[in-house]
Design a protein around this ligand. Structure first.
Ligand code: UGA
Length: 446
């Protein structure tokens, strides 16, 4: 199918390139000429594992980027809207969605034949039918359901795993205002014959996306609340407690062969120093506001956010168990990204801790395998000092804070032993086997 994708951000570009590699003809449209040029030269403007290679395999063949909006819509039969939905701290701003709907509507006015418009950006329930559809009708002077189709197809990509998630989807949600629109979406996703598909309305599709992210965030905050309680009890370790919970066969089913299956969702039922990233916090906050606007007190989700806001400061509490003051204390911060495998520091627990340490005049040295540049952008140049390796970072430290579960940080005990170092190690991700660590504290451990 000939498909246009409006927006070459993270989601638009990944979706466009993946659909092209699956045999569709894709044009990605963006207003920024430099971005379009880069993409057409096989260089993604963002980092995502495997994206460059996949882009280079399709660019100039089944995939191209373009700044000519009108041509792109006219020459394709289905458009995916994949623009940003900026967040002001409470609700999402639909200005780009509205703008694109206007532009597509104007082109539709002069287009012969049926066109399908699909919202892919994360938008609160009702947006596709109550915001996008009326703008399209007004601008095109045509009728949805007759002259064009309108739908919503959320994405469930994880940063760092986006290509794998797109190419091997666990589920595909096809929301359409009518059978014809859903049929068009079915054509797009026929290239994934083995994935479960949910055919539904646009507002249910929108709600599925928010509910899924809210549940993941809730699991993490729940685990953190239990962890904080474990820490207050004495001689109780949340890791052991959660292991006991995970072994309920409703969470880890036992196959007929007797083998037990541990679903990857269980990794969200583990305590740590808090969740981050561009999606979970934003989506939960947006759903709280959306619910409250409709007279629903979103009590659970409000606590999810509140627990998560507090959680990084558990690390500070653990330092203060051992040191009276932070002033002048040499603190090594291991990990800046919100999770391993990405350089994204948005809503990162690490940055919240760094700000608290700075406020109390601690001397900070930080190390992350790839997120230094993004941290410098977020905190400002020279806000803290950075080390080039784990070894350099921890040299001379009074305290080491493990903030991101980069796999290489598992070697920390050996590094400490080799250099005969014995600082206090505070494990914010419960990553470390602490058998031979002299001074150890962990989230959820008393
Ligand atoms: C999240 C969702 O997982 C995706 O399904 C969704 O498509 C995406 O948001 C989105 O809305 O675009 P992402 O933000 O990339 O994806 O990050 P996750 O891998 O879910 O990590 C979010 C937080 O959960 C991190 O702070 C991480 O430390 C924590 N996490 C992640 C866990 O506690 N356990 C895990 O197994 C994975």
């Amino acid at each position: 199918m000939k498909i246009s994708v409006v927006g070459t951000g993270y989601m638009g570009l990944v979706s466009g390139v993946c659909l092209a590699s699956k045999g569709h003809d894709v044009i990605c449209v963006d207003v920024v000429q430099d971005k379009v040029d880069l993409i057409n030269n096989g260089v993604p403007p963002i980092y995502e594992n495997g994206l460059k290679e996949l882009l280079q395999s399709v660019v100039g063949k089944s995939f191209q980027a373009s700044t000519s909006f009108k041509e792109s819509i006219l020459n394709t039969e289905l458009s995916l809207i994949a623009v940003d939905t900026p967040f002001d701290g409470f609700s999402i701003d639909l200005k780009y969605i509205r703008q694109v709907a206007h532009q597509i509507g104007e082109v539709l006015k002069g287009k012969n034949g049926y066109h399908t418009i699909i919202v892919k950006s994360t938008v609160v329930p009702g947006t596709t039918e109550e915001v996008v559809l009326p703008i399209l009708e007004e601008q095109s002077c045509k009728t949805a359901g007759i002259d064009f189709g309108v739908g919503m197809n959320p994405e469930f990509l994880r940063e760092g795993e986006a290509i794998a998630d797109f190419m091997d989807p666990d589920r595909i949600v096809l929301g359409g205002i009518d059978e014809k629109t859903i049929g068009k979406l079915d054509e797009v996703y026929a290239v994934f014959p083995n994935s479960d598909k949910i055919r539904t309305s646009p507002r249910t599709a929108e709600m599925i996306k928010y509910t899924a992210n809210s549940l993941l965030a809730t699991l993490i905050s729940f685990s953190n609340e239990m962890g904080n309680l474990c820490a207050a009890i004495g001689n109780v370790d949340v890791v052991e407690v959660m292991r006991g919970v995970h072994l309920d066969k409703r969470f880890s089913p036992i196959l007929e062969s007797g083998e037990r299956v541990f679903p990857s969702s269980l990794s969200f039922l583990a305590a740590g120093c808090g969740f981050g990233g561009s999606c979970l916090t934003k989506d939960v906050k947006a759903l709280i506001k959306y619910g409250e606007d409709r007279g629903r007190d979103m009590a659970i989700l409000k606590s999810v956010i509140e627990t998560n806001r507090h959680q990084p400061f558990e690390m500070i509490r653990l330092i203060k168990k051992h040191f009276l003051a932070l002033k002048g204390l040499k603190v090594s911060v291991l990990g800046l990204a919100f999770k391993p495998g990405t350089d994204d520091v948005r809503e990162s627990a690490s940055l919240a801790v760094i700000k608290a340490l700075k406020d109390e005049d601690a001397i900070i040295s930080a190390f992350d395998p790839i997120a230094r540049e993004e941290t410098e952008k977020a905190l400002g140049l020279n806000a803290i000092s950075y080390a080039d390796s784990l070894e350099d970072c921890i040299r001379g430290a009074d305290v080491i804070l493990l903030m991101t579960s980069w796999p290489q940080f598992k070697d920390l005990p050996q590094v400490l032993e080799k250099d005969s170092l014995a600082p206090l190690l505070i494990d914010g991700r419960r990553l470390i086997d602490n058998t031979f660590v002299k001074k150890y504290e962990g989230i959820g451990l008393s």
